[in-house]
Design a protein around this ligand. Sequence first.
Ligand code: LMR
Length: 338
Amino acid sequence: MNRIAIFFAIAALVVSNGVFAADPIVIKFSHVVAPDTPKGKAAQKFKELAERYTQGRVRVEVYPNSQLYKDREEMEALQLGAVQMLAPSLSKFGPLGVRDFEVFDLPYIFPNKEVLYRVMDGDIGKKLFAKLGAKDIVGLAYWDNGFKQMSANKPLRKVEDFRGLKMRIQSSKVLEAQMRALGASPQVMAFSEVYTALQQGVVDGTENPVSNFYTQKMNEVQKYMTISDHGYLGYAVIANKRFWDGLPQDIRTELEQAMRETTVYERDIAQKENDQALAKVRAAGTTEIYVLPLKDRLAWQKVLLPVHKEFEEAIGKDLIYAIYNVAAQVEKEKAGKK
Ligand code: LMR
């Protein structure tokens, strides 16, 4: 072998052994729901797109089902940099000291998804994300799940049916007030503990979109579900700010593109996943499904709407009214089209 051939042989060996190949940037993306939910599928989609667009310079490791951390722990882990990305529900930002996000929990605040998306994608959504900077967090996108339904081991038709029931909620003061307004006793609990708590009777009932209900097998431990659409559950996809700001510019641009596309995908599948989950709950035959008729819905609203007023100070009257204005605007546009 001449010298040149030896040089190339050594070079090939070195490269194939990965000596020159830089280690990929690892993003640990932790979440608490099943892989086959809107959030679970979207996390996987983001992994695929992020790895493809960065040509392997980034590796995304998705940890579903509270495998790494439960609700509260995952927020701490993100701030400490033990994980780089999360997508907690919007109800879980209160304990962080950013109470404004609880506006999404107000019962019946979003008449439809159109209003919701306008809020998320407009000034309101941007202003909320800006508040996360002080917590060392950057907001990347808002993901959807859907409207929540109530469940228990007794039928929940009239407001009186809630009296005395222990209802599991996420860590949100608004949700606490919502359950109290119904006459129930709210119990804050991590998502990963809900199935066992229902099974053992530690709590009597809960609320969640059907996709979460079905994928956690709650239909095995809840005999009744009321399709009430009384509140909303969605997510903020967030990253550790130091990590995100420290990424090379070209990589961050690719990741932003991956996130934009994932968000379109996520919002597209969210409703379908919930519809399919409802069909599966029906097929399983273990939970009786009751669709709340309009007259009872109005009775629920009468009891629940005062919660908006109660939270004007804690959340901000301006913020609540800004959402009412978006809803009025959407309504006006719809009327104009008729
Ligand atoms: C819950 O705790 O009920 C939800 O936030 C779970 C989730 O992330 O969808």
